[in-house]
Design a binder for this molecule. Sequence first.
Ligand code: TRP
Length: 445
Amino acid sequence: MQIARFSKIGFIMAATGSAVGLGNIWKFPYQAGKYGGGAFVLVYLITVLVVGFSIMLTEMLIGYLGRSDTFSNFEKLAPRHKAKWRYAGMQAFSSILIMAFYAVVIAWVLNYIVTSFSLLPSSVAQAKSTFSGMLQSGFFVQFFYLTVTFVIVTAVIARGIKGGIEKLNLVLMPLLFLIIGGMFLYATTFSAFSHAVTFMFRPDFTKLTTTAFVTAVGHAFFTLSLGMGAIMTYSASLQKGQSLVKSSLLIIFFDTLVAILAGLMLFTFLYQYGGKPSAGPGLVFISLPVIFYQMGGVGNFLSIIFFIALAFAAITSAVSLVEPTVQYFMDRNGWKRTKASVIIGLFFYIFGIVVIMSQTIHFSSYLTWGGRNLFSWLDYLTAALLLPLGGLVMSIFVGFIMPKSQVEKVLRPELGFLFNAWYFNIRYIAPILLMVVIVSLLSAQ
Ligand code: TRP
């Protein structure tokens, strides 16, 4: 059972901290770039608003009414077959799978903060070799920063909902907004800014392939932290009477804002200095450092604060990826918070070490199956399968299993006449869309 409760603003910041992460500043811009800009952004925005909002509300409702870890929530709220429904709470464990590769990317980001103080790469070729050098032979550098990540995340979680998670987010989120907002304003002074706006907001539907469409929908889930028990676990510590609808809308607003501002800023810099928006996952780690180099002294400064912002965004998300499992072992096995934090922390830490090994020259052949190494398997399986699956299970649970009266009692007063539209959405539209996403992502490979 949850005893500690977030303050109202604490909850908004913590959930926003969960949502705003590597997904917004690293993944969203490179995916938008890769799939042609405008049309991708449009699909993403529509999905976030229509499906993302509905599922977030669904996930919050389960947490708010269940007030416990993910397993106990389903168990408590299922009117029948309680013992079976509790396995729906397994989604909490998938977030640890995300964390195993997420933590490795955080390690890269921390490393990039430090290297930004010295010489930046002067050409794309050089930047590429620095980056792939780190992956292929920089085991110890990655290991070192993974250790730092493990220590930070574990220490925050061990301090609990209020003293750890809420505090962390109340400090880091405003700083993150300040940095991204400031860099965005700086970007608006460049002539290439209008080019970036056109790229992001003028849809070219010929570029909207099925893959682009499905990727956009999948990303909408990832970026809002849906389907893995993160929002559900935070919502278990919601105060009575805090509006679920307003909270969801605010979180979605902030999350989308950061993605759009980060995208506009990155594309402005890219166009101004002759980079390509379609650079792929290397956009932030390869193309961007070269651009910062070309900017001269101010470039080092921008590089440092950019990677600091990215680290803030990622660490607040990482905490939300680990907390659901910690909560599980506290509630169901009676572990003390400190014990749970350290053991679960060690789990993702050791798993993370294997993920790092999967990209090194020495070990990659042992940790690669079907053309994918462990890193990309985890990324792919979680995004393509587990996240939408979590969303699907929740929408079916709230739409068909929970008594309508129980759902209605909380949400009808908040949603008013929109209640029926939301209910219809999570019963029919969202599940169908999610199934389409799962099937096409899995068959695309
Ligand atoms: N939303 C985060 C991002 O955009 C990632 C994340 C954190 C997440 N917690 C999650 C994704 C839970 C899915 C489920 O980087």
